[in-house]
Design a protein around this ligand. Structure first.
Ligand SMILES: CC(C)(COP(=O)(O)OP(=O)(O)OC[C@H]1O[C@@H](n2cnc3c(N)ncnc32)[C@H](O)[C@@H]1OP(=O)(O)O)[C@@H](O)C(=O)NCCC(=O)NCCS
Length: 154
């Protein structure tokens, strides 16, 4: 992991670059620019950017809410620019997001991932996430996997 990668809070000023990376990562399934703008301005969202040499190379957005009386953190998207992958940037973004979740007393972190997304599944499993369900046709033609990790005792 390069020591020069820094994690910082994201804001609406970063919208153009975040949308560019989102398109690189997800193409036709990308969040729209408007959706990213709404998430960046949502008080319940935590948005972080990874910067190298002052250039944004990745980001993560999570949302905190109460579900079944449990404070839950939901990872909505994590994107690392293709030219900067396999250097630990994804792990660094997720670990920082989990730290903020814990600081907010979030008990459980969860997310959905496309069944065949080996990179994301491997990343999450490395960080201790477990498969807890299958979401049939969650992505239209493809199924989704629901992953969870306990951040604190329930
Ligand atoms: C998933 C993603 C965020 C990973 O980012 P990254 O910065 O490359 O990940 P890291 O370098 O931190 O990888 C950490 C670990 O995850 C696993 N991993 C990451 N990419 C992998 C791949 N292509 N194949 C297999 N395992 C992979 C490995 O265990 C890796 O550790 P290692 O490199 O020491 O073997 C990135 O591939 C991406 O942006 N993908 C497109 C967007 C996406 O699918 N997001 C997830 C939606 S749920």
């Amino acid at each position: 992991m390069s020591a020069t990668v820094k994690i910082e809070d994201a804001s609406i000023i970063h919208l153009d670059r975040l949308f560019e990376i989102e398109m690189e990562c997800f193409k036709s399934e990308a969040f729209t620019k408007q959706q990213i703008a709404q998430l960046l301005q949502n008080q319940n969202c935590i948005s972080l950017i990874a910067k190298e040499n002052n250039k944004i190379i990745g980001f993560v957005i999570g949302m905190v809410y109460v579900e079944d009386d449990v404070l839950t953190g939901h990872i909505l998207t994590i994107d690392v620019s293709p030219s900067h992958r396999r250097k630990g940037v994804g792990i660094k973004l997720l670990q920082e997001l989990e730290k903020i979740f814990r600081d907010k007393h979030v008990k459980i972190s969860r997310l959905e991932v496309r069944e065949g997304n080996i990179a994301a599944l491997s990343l999450y499993q490395k960080l201790g996430y477990r498969k807890v369900g299958k979401l049939h046709h969650y992505y239209g033609d493809a199924h989704g996997i629901l992953l969870e990790k306990a951040l604190a005792q329930l």
